[in-house]
Design a protein around this ligand. Structure first.
Ligand code: THU
Ligand code: ZN
Length: 129
């Protein structure tokens, strides 16, 4: 099951549009029901507007009204982990127990974390909201 999720992240990475950094990222998010939503990074010339693979995968799921997730796989050449912005975004929609599989294509190794491990004590709420 996890292997299938990593495969989906690698497959998603093939669609990356990263002409500026040449750093392609694929993500695959699995719902509790077993559906898989994939994403890739999309760069824009001003760079700030670029979308991260994890955000794209999450938006694919949210648009289908899916809100319960058990695992995310992220695939890059060198095993890069989700950035801080993505960790905060994941914390919005996923439980701290979310499994995060970090795939390195060059070493063919997958490191496993939980969201809580990667993003402890994240920002949660402003009481007046
Ligand atoms: N990137 C992601 O897609 N996810 C992350 O969490 C880290 C960074 C992308 C953004 C940019 O297109 C490229 O990787 C290099 O930063
Ligand atoms: Zn990110």
């Amino acid at each position: 099951m996890s292997d299938k999720l990593v495969e989906a992240a690698r497959e998603g990475r093939k669609s990356a549009y990263a002409p500026y950094s040449d750093y392609r990222v694929g993500a695959a998010l699995r719902s509790d029901e077993g559906s898989i939503y994939t994403g890739c990074n999309l760069e824009v010339v001003n760079l700030t507007n670029s979308l991260h693979a994890e955000e794209v995968a999450l938006s694919e799921a949210v648009k289908e009204d899916v809100s319960e997730f058990d695992a995310l796989a992220v695939s890059t050449q060198d095993g890069g982990t989700p950035c801080g912005m993505c960790r905060q975004t994941l914390a919005e929609f996923c439980e701290p127990s979310l499994r995060i599989l970090v795939d390195s294509i060059e070493s063919d190794e997958v490191d496993e974390f939980t969201l809580a491990e990667l993003y402890p004590a994240g920002f949660s709420e402003i009481s007046s909201f």
